[in-house]
Design a protein around this ligand. Structure first.
Ligand code: BGC
Length: 927
């Protein structure tokens, strides 16, 4: 029996339907089934049906969909089998949990027999609700293991032998071999990795849409391989494998010094194809010295510089059987070992969208320019005709200068230039379609030169490329400029999540800057499912951490030992795993990173000694905070010792919580003690008795208040000082470290109107100033384009840098009002606490949590406040509505007093707190 009001109404309707159906003599099969919860989105290690994972005890998750309010899972049962047929019949199970009484519906750790290399298992789940209902068995899902042991690798590393080609700069090698299939193939897998990047072909076809494989990791310690199901790509008889190699992060120039050969000076390939035949036998095809090598049409392809491609040098059929490779060079087998090989972990990089240019322009300098309408990351696909030897050159830029020419000085050493020489297909009458291979560009404008013919908008397409994460959320409100800000945040995320989280995607940097990443991480979580992306990246923290505990400024670390250990940057070692834990309830990342976090805190303990004050060069400070040229006010510079000590405390306090979560009581005690000491030292050194901070800047107050460093009795004073400063300047003065939380701190300390003032400000400096200047991404600097129209210093002026977009967390969390409950991670309990503003008629956000869809949407119309809330099954929420009296609160037309499923908890600061279960709710406040 359904107990809820809604449930009984529904039963009533069903009863009438039942009678009606009986009268016509039919029993509908859906009658009962529609009452039951259903199960969707079965995932393994955050992925749908992953192939080639090497997590030995994978974690499983599912979502529950139920029409019933207050649905909480009471128990679950998982079963797993080698065969899908057996699974569905419930026979020959490898693992059957039986009915487990538990609310857990994600992060459930596989606990069956040890999994073997290449093993594929199918699984399904069934759940029971606390309301007495039960689901059917879910549809089945699967995962497949990769190669778990070094001895599974029989292939040899091979390197192309291309001595003849050294005259030409950086041509990309091509490699090939053939093999014969004589029996009927049941399944075939290819395991592939490279030194450098690779593109993998079989029988004339590119095997996957994954780009920039094998991804970027700390290659000397961790090198990913990808697994491809190629069962349907191979044929009986002769097959050909072709591979193109590119310099990529391994060998190509990186950093402003254009350092080459960061991991090695030779490109190489490791490839193994494991084939199972229907007759029960198997065979392995390996990369070995029988492979041949040559160069092809890619004469140069580098991450920063673009690509030079001469289509006249294409070797037709090179990747197909029967190609005559007699004139090709040999390859050499190398013994690089297999110790560093790991399965690919993050989401694959792919083309996720195609953009058509919105305009064709003639620049004053004569350039033909196409405007994509969006600062994007990826490349241009051209579709054009040309005679053999004719050329087209593409130069990419984020912005036009004030005359209307492309502005490329901010790219510094990165060329971002693509040159294509036509092959002259069909005597120049056939269209040639080209996209670069191992380079990406950050751009909105592409200047086209050297091409003799006409080019229309149809000949040019922008291919948007990034780690292909599932979109998780959106924010929208009644202010179109703020909506553009939200779009810019999302585009900043897309442009800077290309296998590692980068600072920027265009100039000669594009590195995994840790500070930018940690400050943006909570906002990233709202917008995309970033769990596996960060899980993979964090492992490189462990790989690259220095023995003394310092964390490099960039991960993977290519800057070296003198570039490590900065406050707010190195702290990413603790903050990012904590963020993943909070957002996804993931304790494994905490376990995995624990020693690394400890190492960082131990280092800080050592350098701060008995003083607990970090005064030995804390790093970059509040990077790019508001600055002026006034002699009496140079800008909002926050003391680096203060910042360093604040982050020392913050990371220690997170680690203390983490120690408790992991059951490490002794560590937790030690960190609690350390926290006390740092806090005392901080308060003595940086806070006066009236709540003034040693640096009277917004960032100083934001850090001290949000990290809980201000004594209880001075919090009001400190918050007032922050508010006074905001009112005095009427604008934000924070840099990379203070920006994330300024609006949140103002909102939580009684100054939401000031937070909104900062949000809606349109003049420099503000979030909307770039929007009024036509920005389609977040700028690195508050004044990338200065109010007088000139550009900031070309040495550091990216127009696609996500750090200031960290305010996105507040848009979701406090404006639309979907937030985490720190006490109940992974959104098991949700805080819905929207904040209205006189400037807004409505605001809303959706976020797809690990439990399912959450939404919060408020409107203010003629002083009537309405709030629509969706809470996923198996979760609860605390909803804050602007009412003091219970009687003023209505849900779907009824006073909440009359609804048992809504519990009035208390009222805080003029808001009523209601505890609700899953379902959809429509609240109105009537006065
Ligand atoms: C990067 C940043 C980074 C910073 C460190 C810059 O060059 O672009 O975003 O965090 O250096 O100060």
């Amino acid at each position: 029996m359904k107990k809820t009001k809604n449930g009984s109404i529904r039963l009533g309707n069903r009863f009438l339907m039942f009678i009606a159906i009986l009268q016509i003599g039919l029993i509908p099969p859906f009658l009962k089934a529609s009452d039951l919860p259903t199960i969707t989105n079965l995932r393994t290690e955050y992925k749908t049906n992953p192939v080639g994972i090497d997590v030995k005890l994978p974690r499983l998750s599912w979502e529950i969909v139920s029409d019933q309010r207050n649905f909480i899972q009471k128990a679950y049962q998982i079963r797993i089998s080698d065969s899908k047929k057996d699974l569905l019949r419930g026979k020959n199970l490898l693992w059957d949990t039986g009915k487990i009484t538990s609310e857990q519906s994600n992060q459930v750790v596989y606990n069956g027999a040890a999994l073997k290399s290449r093993q594929r298992v199918y699984w399904q789940v069934k759940i029971w609700g606390k309301d007495g209902s039960a689901s059917q068995w879910s549809k089945s899902a699967f995962w497949e293991m990769g190669l778990l042991n070094q001895k599974d690798w029989q292939a040899s590393w091979i390197e192309p032998q291309l001595n003849g080609d050294t005259a030409i700069p950086n041509p990309s090698p091509i490699l090939r071999t053939e093999f014969e299939i004589k029996k009927s193939v049941k399944s075939a897998r290819a395991y592939v990795t490279s030194h450098g990047l690779y593109e993998f072909h079989i029988n004339g076809n590119k095997i996957s849409d994954q780009l920039f494989t094998p991804g970027w990791t700390s290659y000397k310690k961790r090198l990913q391989y990808q697994t491809y199901n190629i069962t349907h790509n191979i044929q009986s008889g002769i097959n050909a494998i072709g591979v193109i190699l590119g310099n990529g992060w391994y060998k190509g120039p990186l950093t402003w010094d254009q350092r080459k050969n960061n991991y090695g000076d030779k490109l190489g390939l490791l490839l193994q194809i494991d084939i199972e035949y229907y007759d029960g036998t198997s065979e392995i095809i390996n990369s070995d010295s029988k492979w041949k090598s040559s160069t092809g049409p890619i004469r140069m392809s580098d991450i920063y510089d673009g690509e030079i491609y001469d289509a006249r040098l294409e070797q037709d059929g090179w990747d197909k059987p029967g190609y005559n490779d007699k004139s090709w060079n040999n390859t050499a087998e190398k013994d690089y070992g297999k110790e560093v090989l790991i399965a690919s972990e993050g989401p694959a990089v792919r083309v996720t969208e195609s953009l058509k240019p919105i305009k064709k322009l003639k620049a004053p300098n004569g350039n033909l320019i196409f405007d994509l309408g969006q600062n994007m990351v990826g490349w241009i696909q051209i579709k054009l005709r040309g005679s053999a030897g004719e050329k087209i050159t593409l130069k990419h830029a984020e912005i036009l200068d004030k005359d209307g020419n492309i502005y490329t000085e901010n790219l510094r050493g990165a060329q971002q230039k693509v040159e294509y020489t036509f092959r002259g297909r069909g005597e120049g009458k056939d269209e040639e379609v080209f996209e670069p291979h191992f380079s990406f560009q950050g751009f909105r404008y592409v200047a086209v030169s050297d091409y003799p013919g006409e080019i229309s908008l149809d000949n040019i397409t922008g291919k948007v490329i990034h780690s292909d994460m599932t979109p998780a959320g959106n924010f929208e409100c009644s202010d179109s400029l703020v909506n553009q800000l939200q779009k810019n945040i999302q585009w900043g995320l897309r442009g800077n999540f290309l296998d590692v989280p980068t600072d920027c995607p265009q100039r000669d940097e594009r590195l995994g800057w840790t500070g930018d990443a940690q400050t943006f991480a909570p906002t990233a979580c709202f917008n995309m499912d970033v769990a596996s992306f960060y899980t993979k990246w964090m492992k490189d923290f462990i790989a690259d951490q220095y023995p003394d505990g310092r964390i490099p400024h960039v991960i993977p670390d290519i800057l070296g030992i003198n570039n490590a250990g900065a406050a707010g940057w190195a702290d990413a070692a603790v903050i990012v795993p904590w963020t993943v834990y909070q957002n996804y309830g993931d304790t494994r990342i905490l376990e995995h990173q624990y020693e690394s976090m400890k190492g960082w805190i131990n280092y800080l303990k050592l350098i701060t000694g008995d003083s607990y004050i970090w005064n030995k060069g804390a790093g970059f400070g509040d990077w790019l905070a508001f600055a002026t040229t006034n002699s009496d006010y140079p800008g909002a510079t926050t003391d680096k010792d203060l910042i360093g000590t604040a982050f020392f405390y913050h990371s220690t306090s997170l680690l203390q919580k983490i120690a408790l979560i992991l059951g490490k009581e002794q560590d937790a005690k030690e960190y609690a003690e350390l926290m006390k000491n740092i806090k005392n030292a901080f308060q003595k050194e940086f806070i006066t008795q009236t709540g003034r901070l040693a640096s009277n800047t917004q960032t100083a107050y934001v850090l001290a208040l949000s990290f809980d460093l201000v004594p209880e009795n001075l919090k009001v004073n400190a918050a007032k000082r922050l508010a006074d400063d905001v009112m005095k300047f009427e604008h934000i003065t924070t840099g990379f470290l203070g920006t994330q939380s300024i609006c949140k701190v103002l909102t939580d300390n009684g100054y939401p109107d000031l937070a909104f003032m900062l949000l809606f400000r349109k003049q420099y400096p503000s979030w909307l100033y770039p929007v009024t200047r036509g920005a389609t991404t977040i700028w690195e600097r508050w004044d990338g384009i200065k109010p007088d129209g000139t550009f900031q210093d070309k040495g550091m002026n990216s127009f696609n840098h996500y750090a200031y977009g960290a305010v996105g967390k507040w848009l979701y969390g406090s404006v639309a009002g979907i937030d985490l409950d720190p006490a109940d991670p992974g959104y098991k309990n949700i805080i819905i606490n929207p904040h209205t503003a006189k400037e807004l008629k409505y605001a809303k956000a959706e976020y797809h949590s690990i439990y399912g869809e959450i939404s919060s949407s408020w409107k203010m119309e003629n002083a009537l406040f309405t709030l629509d809330v969706q809470v996923p099954a198996n979760t609860t929420a605390d909803v804050f509505v602007p009412a003091v009296l219970k009687e003023d609160i209505y849900e779907s037309g009824k006073q909440i007093d009359k609804l048992k499923e809504i519990r009035f908890v208390n009222s805080i600061d003029g808001k009523a707190v209601l505890h609700i279960g899953s379902g959809k709710y429509h609240f109105e406040i009537k006065k």
